[in-house]
Write a protein that binds this ligand. Structure first.
Ligand code: PLP
Length: 394
C-alpha cells in the first residue's frame, strides 16, 4: 500500500540537494565556501520599495486583497508590459501570485490534462519538468547544446510537436544557460508555432538582466500569438525581491480568470505588503545592478576559459554561466573516473570549497552552473581555487 499519492511519487528529488546540503553544512562549520550555486541577486531590495512595504504594514494595509492581486498593482504591471515589452494587456488579464514559481504552477494546472505534452528545451530550470508532471502532463525534453547557443531551433521545435502537444515553454533569458533569443530567432520559432494550435508559456523573469543584447517578448514579435501566449514574470530577479514572493502572469482573459479561480481556492491573494512594495519596485529599477553583473560575468567567463578542459560560451543574460566540463569527467580521482558532473561538483566543493550546481539537474550532463550573483572578489577566489583543482585532476 502506497503512503503517498502517485502525483508526488512522480517528482524526482532535486539533484542539487546533496551539493546544497553539503554547502550549507560547510558554511555552518565556518568553512570559507565560495558559493556560486545561488539563484538570487546579492543586492538589496530598492529602498523605496522596501519603505512602501513598511508603510503598508504600519498604515494598516494588511488585509486580504482580491485573489488576482490589487487593481493598483495589476494596472502598474499592465502599464509596464505595454511600455517595456510592447504587450497590450488589460489589468483583468493579469494575475499576481506568490512568486513566478507559483505563477508557473498555476499555469500548468490551468492548461494541462493527463496525457498532454509540454515541450521543454533543455537545459531547463529545475522546476519546469516537475511542475509539468504535477499537472499530469509529460515534459517532452528537447536537448540543446552549445552548437546553437543552447537554444531550440525551429526545426527541432517542429519535429517534436504532436497532436498531444499542449504548450511550449520558452525561457529567455535562460536559467541555467543565460541564453537570450534574438528577435529573428523568435520570429522563426513563431512561424512554427503559428502553424500549430498550442500555447506558449514565456518565462521572462530575467528580462532585465541582459548584457549588450535586447530582450524581446515573443508575442511582441509575433502578435498573432497573443491569444495563446502566457507571459510569466516576477519581482525576484529584477528588483532583488526573492523573499517578498511576488510574481505574475499576463494571459488571455479566459486563462487569467481560470488561474484566478484556481488561486482563490488554493493560496488566496498574494501578500498585501509585497504587492504594495511591488507597485513602487516597478519604478525603482537599478541599472547599476546590471552593470555590476556584466563586469562579474566577463571576469568569470575569462577565468573559466583559462581552465584546461573547460569550454565556456559567453552568456547574454541572467546571472549564470554554464561551462562545458565534459573533458574533466573522464579524469580520475583516487583511481575512480569522475563520470558525472554531480561527482565533479561534489569534489570541487569538498576539495576547494567552491559550490556549483551539476548540469544533471538541468538536463545537461556535460555542464555545470555557476552563479555570479556574488561579490567580484569571490569570483576571483573561485577561479583561483578551480584552477588549482583542475591542475590536481589532469
Ligand atoms: N523562473 C526561472 C527561470 C527562475 O530561475 C526562477 C527562480 O529561480 C523562477 C522562475 C521563480 O522565481 P520566483 O518564484 O522567486 O519569482
Amino acid at each position: 500500500e502506497q503512503r503517498l499519492s502517485s502525483r508526488v511519487r512522480a517528482i524526482a528529488p532535486s539533484a542539487t540537494m546533496s551539493v546544497d546540503a553539503k554547502t550549507k553544512a560547510l558554511i555552518r562549520e565556518g568553512r570559507p565556501v565560495v558559493n556560486m550555486s545561488v539563484g538570487e541577486p546579492d543586492f538589496d531590495t530598492p529602498v523605496p520599495a522596501a519603505f512602501a512595504g513598511i508603510r503598508a504594514i504600519t498604515g494598516g494595509n494588511t488585509r486580504y486583497t482580491p485573489s488576482a492581486g490589487t487593481l493598483e498593482l495589476r494596472q502598474a504591471i499592465a502599464a509596464k508590459l505595454m511600455e517595456e515589452n510592447g504587450l497590450p494587456y488589460k489589468p483583468e488579464q493579469i494575475v499576481v501570485s506568490n512568486g513566478a514559481k507559483h505563477s508557473l504552477f498555476n499555469v500548468f494546472l490551468a492548461l494541462c490534462d493527463p496525457g498532454d505534452e509540454v515541450i521543454l528545451p533543455a537545459p531547463y530550470w529545475v522546476s519546469y519538468p516537475e511542475q509539468i508532471r504535477l499537472s499530469g502532463a509529460t515534459p517532452v525534453i528537447v536537448p540543446c547544446d552549445e552548437s546553437t547557443g543552447f537554444k531550440i531551433t525551429p526545426e527541432q521545435l517542429e519535429r517534436v510537436i504532436t497532436p498531444r502537444t499542449r504548450a511550449f515553454l520558452l525561457n529567455s533569458p535562460s536559467n541555467p544557460t543565460g541564453a537570450v533569443y534574438s528577435e529573428a530567432e523568435l520570429q522563426a520559432l513563431g512561424e512554427v508555432l503559428l502553424r500549430h494550435d498550442i500555447y506558449v508559456v514565456a518565462d521572462e523573469i530575467y528580462e532585465r538582466l541582459v548584457y549588450g543584447v535586447k530582450h524581446v517578448s515573443l508575442a511582441a514579435v509575433v502578435p498573432e500569438l497573443m491569444p495563446r501566449t502566457i507571459v510569466v514574470n516576477g519581482f525576484s530577479k529584477a528588483f532583488a525581491m526573492t523573499g517578498w514572493r511576488l510574481g505574475y502572469i499576463a494571459a488571455p482573459l479566459d486563462i487569467a480568470k481560470a488561474v484566478d479561480s484556481l488561486q482563490s481556492h488554493s493560496t488566496g491573494s498574494p501578500s498585501t505588503i509585497s504587492q504594495a512594495a511591488g507597485v513602487v519596485a516597478l519604478r525603482s529599477f537599478d541599472p547599476q545592478m546590471v552593470a555590476e553583473f556584466e563586469r562579474r560575468r566577463n571576469r568569470l567567463v575569462q577565468g573559466l576559459r583559462e581552465l584546461p578542459g573547460v569550454e565556456c560560451l559567453m552568456p547574454d543574460g541572467a546571472f549564470y554561466v554554464f561551462p562545458n566540463v565534459s573533458k574533466l569527467l573522464t579524469a580520475r580521482w583516487e583511481g575512480q573516473e569522475i563520470g558525472t558532473t554531480t561527482r565533479l561538483c561534489e569534489l570541487l566543493l569538498e576539495q576547494e570549497l567552491v559550490a556549483t550546481v551539476p548540469g544533471e539537474a538541468f538536463g545537461a550532463p556535460n555542464n555545470i552552473r555557476l552563479s555570479y550573483a556574488t561579490a567580484y572578489e569571490n569570483i576571483e577566489t573561485a577561479i583561483e581555487r578551480m584552477h588549482r583543482f583542475v591542475q590536481r585532476l589532469l
